[in-house]
Design a protein around this ligand. Sequence first.
Ligand code: PMP
Length: 360
Amino acid sequence: MKRVFNFSAGPSMLPLPVLEKAASELVSYGDTGMSVMEMSHRTAAYEAIIGDAQKLLREIMKIPDNYKILFLQGGASTQFAAVPLNLMNGSGKADYIVSGQFSGKAYDEAKKYGDVVIAATSKPDNFTYVPKTDRSSFRPDADYVHICYNNTIFGSKFPYIPDTGDIPLVADMSSCILSEPVDVSKFGMIYAGAQKNVAPAGVTIVIIREDLMGKARPETPTMLDYKIMADNDSMYNTPPCYSIYMAKLVFEWIIELGGLDVMKQMNEKKANLLYDYLDSQSYYTAPVQKESRSVMNVTFVTGDDALDKKFASEAKKVGLDTLAGHRSVGGMRASIYNAMPYEGVEALVAFMKDFAEKYP
Ligand code: PMP
């Protein structure tokens, strides 16, 4: 069975060497005589896996010592509630930048818990860019400011880190974590569902500054309380064991390739190939303004819905899979995460040229 180039926004491609390594130890891990899937999380073997996963992530992202790394469940969507429950604990105010669908969902969820406002949004312009902000955009007594750093559906990314002064900045990095180096110290908290750049679905990474924990609102469910999770090394209950193991393998793969500087180079090379082609012709249009373009999720349209659908179905026939845009916006979306090889983007651009000639 030939593997396809899978452009899915998530779950998405995993590096082939990682899948092969997982396959090689699927039935028996090390000398344990059992699969990681079958292993108690309270064994030395599993504690080493989760401990290594944490250590490697800290190394790759250069996470400072005063930040905790948590491996949680419930997807990034559960963090939409966990963030206000844990952090909206002073003035009861939080400011949200709404630059796409997921930041809109995060905002809607947070509104259940306090005085939440939209500090800036590009909604009136169909989220075709990331709004600019400065310190005056935020209420000085807000408990935190929330952003979605990369907008998976619209294909845009923050070209800057908002300056929030002393207000903790919380970022949903689900679709861009590990795609490039980030200065973690600029954020109070970073979270990400794993199923794009990290692992199969099932684990959510939270990176949080220690001083922000331990002040959760009294109604916070135990499972959503960061301090409880941190005090129990993410094992208050059974963690998503296999996804964490897969994350560890992906972290090893990233380190072997040279870390996040190399990831950034590789990702920019792929994205440039695609954007340069998009900018060189008029058959396809890329709706996102250049400055806000995502390196991970590249969106484009022909301007004709029927043709867009044909594009995705014909591409699938030649091994270019899952190129339809999100069901809410249509068009096309090529998600080109870390595991997508350069050859996949080359094949896509060649197909785009052929398609434009075939259906002028
Ligand atoms: N935030 C972003 C940026 C996403 O891309 C997604 C999922 N595609 C989510 C949140 C929701 O993640 P989950 O399905 O893990 O809840």
